[in-house]
Design a protein around this ligand. Structure first.
Ligand SMILES: Cc1cc2nc3c(=O)[nH]c(=O)nc-3n(C[C@H](O)[C@H](O)[C@H](O)COP(=O)(O)OP(=O)(O)OC[C@H]3O[C@@H](n4cnc5c(N)ncnc54)[C@H](O)[C@@H]3O)c2cc1C
Length: 248
């Protein structure tokens, strides 16, 4: 993603509130002509520069990950959903105020966590930052799939209809409640090494989930797809620096 020629200039076509804490921004641009189809649930890096040519070679501009909500190949429209009114982030603030014609740069897409769906038991967890990954997996899981999905939201008004086409039951949680993911996970009686578990959201909450599944339930990691998308009290840069330190 560092190469200059992998950056794409895109411009805002439409920007509107999908629910109180999610701003849907639709982008177009010639650089989307070769954007891959079928990558909903994967992510792009959003860079708040007006032109990719402003990015000096061999530098890493400030960038944030956002999940592909939809890409319409016919109209070359890329839709991303930004969490807003919940934190004071520079990207969130940009999204809240975005208007048609605004220019930004993206890099990617980077891959989503799951591409193969041979299993039939699913336990999916997300918040509004990962709702589009959960939606993608709800959609991609086979018709005969069963299980549970949980989406944690800041307010009841953020709950909205999601089309379901298999037996995975969708539930909504309060994101402000501590341990919002671990409680329903502990109550899930079908959990086994054949359950595909996806979880993405606040880093500490995801760490608790990881610890429970690998240390308490002793599940192998083959079917566990867990990712801290953000960390309370840290900007994205601070969180990534911390992760890099912990890896050493
Ligand atoms: C693969 C991947 C896909 C992602 N997809 C999406 C997506 O589709 N939509 C989306 O909105 N986010 C998504 N995120 C999360 C997003 O990249 C981070 O939340 C990012 O930090 C937001 O950048 P910012 O500039 O708004 O805030 P930052 O400048 O990074 O942070 C400013 C302050 O806000 C706090 N903060 C950051 N994020 C949150 C949050 N979610 N809730 C509460 N406080 C927060 C920080 O702790 C910090 O104190 C994704 C992350 C990953 C890794």
């Amino acid at each position: 993603m560092k190469k200059k020629n992998s950056y794409r200039n895109i411009q805002v076509k439409n920007s509107y509130r999908l629910c109180p804490h999610l701003q849907r921004v639709e982008f177009t641009g010639e650089d989307l002509n070769d954007f891959p189809v079928g990558e909903e649930g994967a992510y792009v890096k959003v860079i708040l520069e007006a032109d990719k040519n402003n990015i000096a070679p061999d530098t890493r501009p400030k960038m944030r990950s956002y999940t592909i909500a939809n890409f319409d190949a016919e109209t070359k429209t890329l839709s991303l959903d930004f969490l807003v009114k919940y934190h004071e982030g520079h990207t969130a603030t940009w999204a809240k105020n975005s208007k048609p014609g605004d220019q930004i740069v993206i890099a990617g897409p980077g891959p989503r966590k799951i591409y193969e769906f041979p299993k039939t038991d699913y336990f999916l967890m997300g918040d509004l930052t990962s709702i589009n990954a959960v939606k993608a997996y709800l959609n991609l899981a086979p018709k005969e799939a069963t299980g549970e999905a949980y989406i944690a939201v800041p307010s009841k008004e953020d709950i909205h209809e999601i089309e379901l086409n298999n037996g995975i039951k969708l539930n909504w949680l309060d994101v402000n409640e501590m341990e919002h993911f671990i409680k329903p996970l502990k109550n899930y009686s079908e959990l086994s090494e054949n359950t595909v578990v996806f979880g993405a959201g606040e880093a500490e909450e995801i760490n608790k989930v990881r610890k429970y599944l690998t240390k308490e339930k002793m599940l192998p990691t083959d079917n566990l797809f867990l990712s801290g998308y953000w960390k309370r009290g840290m900007t994205d840069e601070e969180y990534r620096t911390e992760k890099a330190k912990n890896r050493k």
